[in-house]
Design a protein around this ligand. Structure first.
Ligand code: COA
Length: 701
């Protein structure tokens, strides 16, 4: 007979073994009800004389995805995780945690208080709290360090990565993995433990403090990550806790962990990163208007163009298990493209991020072709030719002639008009934009752009396919630059105006880095190369309003043949890969200012950051008001995952909301009065400032 506690935890008995099942879909997050239910069910098992051991398992093929993230920062109610752990560790009956799907965060911490852990071969285990600006505060830093030693604990907790069951077994995090049905295997395991009277092991008492530790590793890891962790709290606190596990006894160690957690909880990074966690998931949802559409099955794929983007996209598809045909116009171009793909895989193997066997298998899925006819059986074709409208339209005309009915025809572009491309075909409903970020096999962000005629089915197919290949989709409407590059344009433009008014590239870059960007705008441009955008500017010059302020600095630099790092000179001079401020550029900028009649004066780092961020937010508000983005948090996801906006600040729109939209609006108005038309406030920002509210939340489901 099954009893149910708090509607989310079931209790049943299988002879002398009690089975406690967590059943809180979709991911068995451990909220108040689950904790209360577990306390009751476990107490029931421990008090029942006929029970000799307990199996703790999750329904829905999952163990526990962690504490309910929505609870962080709110009042802490009811049974705590530590109460459950104490209950288990004080019991004289053995408990077996049976892990399927995933045991993450508080879920793994609960399992670490359980004496025996077995896992399905497909399960994943990890302590990913660092991704939320937190640390595992259910004893995770103390128990994991005692179980696996400080090096492994640092690796697992600081990366937040999910370990495979196989790695967990190898490291000693689980006692056994099973490829067969989990519950029968767990019952069998529990019976064996009872029959053999296997002693109950309590990790927390495994050792008083971890001995034989070289304490240098803690100093070294802090030093190594100095720039990566700038502005963050959690990684430092994690190191502190793991070090405490090596220096102190369990009680004091847990105390250090509790205090460190509180510091993380109160830090602004936590709210920002929790915001992003939910933002990423909301962005991946289909709009209500498309929800009824059924995704088409995608089995075979093709990519047109074996350049850097095409090759990277082919790798992303092959890595996810898809057969990919990659088309080039000449054998030579195809060979070069495939060579680059091979060398990328070789690098991944050398770096240890992929095994040789996995790389070989992925490579075997990529097949080069030279004839459009070969694309006739593809369910999805992604065009990745050069960013040139005529070329793209020509490619789509050819594709239209050979693609099978119902195939999705996607264009990889960062700015081009999707409708104009779709218009080259007789099936605009099947055409959609995909903006991959480079390197496409590494970067997770994927901007998906629906054209005016793109069908719901096409949108639904691509959104679900994006998840399938491990990308983080954000849906946008067709607009010059979509979300990401439209804001980038304003961000770059404002940086250039700051140069003309008195700043230097290195001052601006430093100010942006101090704010948390991994790289300033000019360093980024030098790295990407300045010539392509120069060509685009020349092409677009004819469409520019001559009354708009335009900075010629970038053009002047290109006219000198300085195209960035690849030519050894750009905004900076390069000593190898080291960027060095260049007096020649300072003189060039001063000359531009003088020619334009702009009196240069010192500009503070604060003003630099405020101007650039405010410009981004105002553009974001236009994008939102025009319906190009579905919600403000989608813009945050794009900026954090595609453009290096510091994760711990939650994205530009989150930053703005924290400043207060009324204050941001006031700043925009101030700049509008000072600099004119390009600072026209977005109507949505004006409206929200007036109403005193935050960004509209957009669709919740
Ligand atoms: N608390 C609350 N809600 C959670 C959650 C948690 N710990 N983990 C996942 N969810 C929710 C998601 O918000 C999503 O809700 P929605 O459907 O309303 O949008 C739903 O569960 C499914 O999650 P999703 O990420 O879309 O599913 P997935 O199958 O791709 O991934 C996980 C599942 C568990 C790997 C992933 O959700 C995850 O990494 N969760 C966070 C784990 C974590 O950080 N735990 C530490 C906290 S102690």
């Amino acid at each position: 007979m099954t009893e149910t506690f708090e509607a989310v935890v079931h209790y049943s008995q299988n002879d002398e073994i009690a089975v406690v099942t967590i059943d809180a879909p979709p991911v068995n997050a451990m909220g108040v009800a689950v904790r209360a239910g577990l306390h009751k069910a476990l107490s029931r098992a421990f008090a029942e004389p006929s029970v000799k051991a307990v199996v703790l398992i999750g329904a829905n093929d999952k163990f526990i995805a962690g504490i309910d993230i929505k609870e962080f920062g709110g009042p802490r109610n009811g049974v705590k995780l530590s109460d459950l752990q104490a209950l288990i560790e004080q019991a004289d009956k053995p408990v077996v945690a049976a892990i399927d799907g995933f045991a993450l965060g508080g879920g793994l911490e609960l399992a670490l208080a359980v004496p025996f852990r077995i896992s399905a071969a497909r399960a994943r285990l990890g302590l990913p709290e660092v991704n939320l600006g937190l640390l595992p505060a259910g004893g995770g830093t103390q128990r994991l360090t005692r179980l696996l030693g400080p090096e492994a604990a640092l690796d697992i907790i600081l990366s937040g990565r999910h370990l495979t069951a196989e790695e967990a077994l190898r490291k000693g995090l689980v006692d056994r993995t099973v490829a067969t049905a989990l519950l029968p295997a767990a019952l069998e395991f529990a019976r064996t433990v009872v029959a053999a009277s296997t002693p109950i092991r309590k990790i927390i008492e495994l050792t008083d403090k971890v001995s034989g530790v070289d304490f240098e590793i803690f100093t070294a890891i802090r030093k190594k990550n100095e720039s990566k962790w700038r502005g963050m709290v959690a990684p430092y606190k994690i190191v502190e806790c793991i070090e405490a596990a090596c220096r102190l006894g369990p009680r004091e160690g847990l105390e250090v962990e509790r205090n460190a957690f509180q510091v993380c909880l109160d830090a602004p990074a936590r709210a920002a990163q929790v915001h992003l966690f939910f933002a990423e998931r909301k962005a991946a949802k289909l709009p209500a208007g498309d929800a009824a559409a059924r995704p088409r099955p995608i089995k075979s794929t093709a990519v047109i163009g074996a350049g850097t983007m095409g090759g990277g996209i082919a790798m992303a598809l092959a890595n996810a298990g898809y057969e990919v045909k990659i088309l080039e116009i000449s054998q030579d171009a195809l060979d070069r493209g495939l060579d680059r793909v091979r060398s990328n895989y070789a690098t991944s193997v050398t770096r240890g991020s992929t095994s040789q066997a996995t790389a070989d298998a992925a490579l075997a899925r990529i097949k080069g072709v030279l004839d459009y006819g070969a694309l006739g059986d593809a369910d999805l074709v992604i065009e990745a030719v050069f960013e040139d409208m005529a070329l793209k339209q020509e490619t789509f005309r050819k594709l239209d002639a050979v693609a099978k009915p119902g195939a999705i025809l996607a264009t990889n572009t960062s700015t081009m008009d999707i409708d104009a491309i779709a218009g080259a075909t007789n099936r605009p409903g099947d055409v959609i934009g995909l903006h991959f970020f480079s390197p496409a096999h590494v970067m997770r962000l994927l901007e998906i752009i629906r054209g005016t005629k793109t069908s719901s089915e096409t949108v639904a197919t691509v959104m679900s396919f994006a998840k399938e290949i491990g990308k983080m989709p954000v849906l946008a409407r067709n607009s010059d630059g979509f979300i990401g590059n439209r804001i980038l344009k304003v961000y770059g433009r404002e940086s250039e105006f700051l140069l003309e008014e008195g700043a230097t590239p290195w001052q601006i870059d430093k100010a942006l880095q101090a704010f948390g960007f991994p790289m300033g705008v000019f360093l980024m441009r030098d790295l990407a190369g300045l010539d392509v955008s120069w060509r685009v500017r020349q092409y677009r010059a004819r469409f520019r309003d001559p009354n708009d302020r335009y900075s010629p600095v970038a053009d002047r630099i290109c006219e000198l043949g300085r195209f960035g790092q690849k030519t050894g000179k750009g905004y900076y001079r390069y000593d190898g890969r080291t960027a060095v401020p260049d007096p020649e550029i300072e003189a060039l900028i001063e000359k531009v200012s003088a020619d334009l009649g702009i009196g240069r004066k010192p500009i503070s780092d604060d003003e630099i950051v405020t101007r650039i961020l405010t410009a981004m937010v105002n553009e974001g508000a236009f994008i939102l008001g025009e319906g190009v983005a579905r919600r403000a948090s989608d813009i945050d996801v794009v900026y954090v995952h595609g453009y290096g906006f510091p994760k711990y600040r939650g994205g530009p729109m989150f930053w703005a909301e924290n400043q207060g939209l009324a204050k941001v609006y006031e700043t925009v108005q101030g700049f509008h009065a000072r600099f004119g038309k390009l600072w026209r406030p977005a109507p949505l920002l004006a409206e929200l400032a007036d109403s005193g509210s935050g960004w509209p939340t957009g669709e919740e489901s």
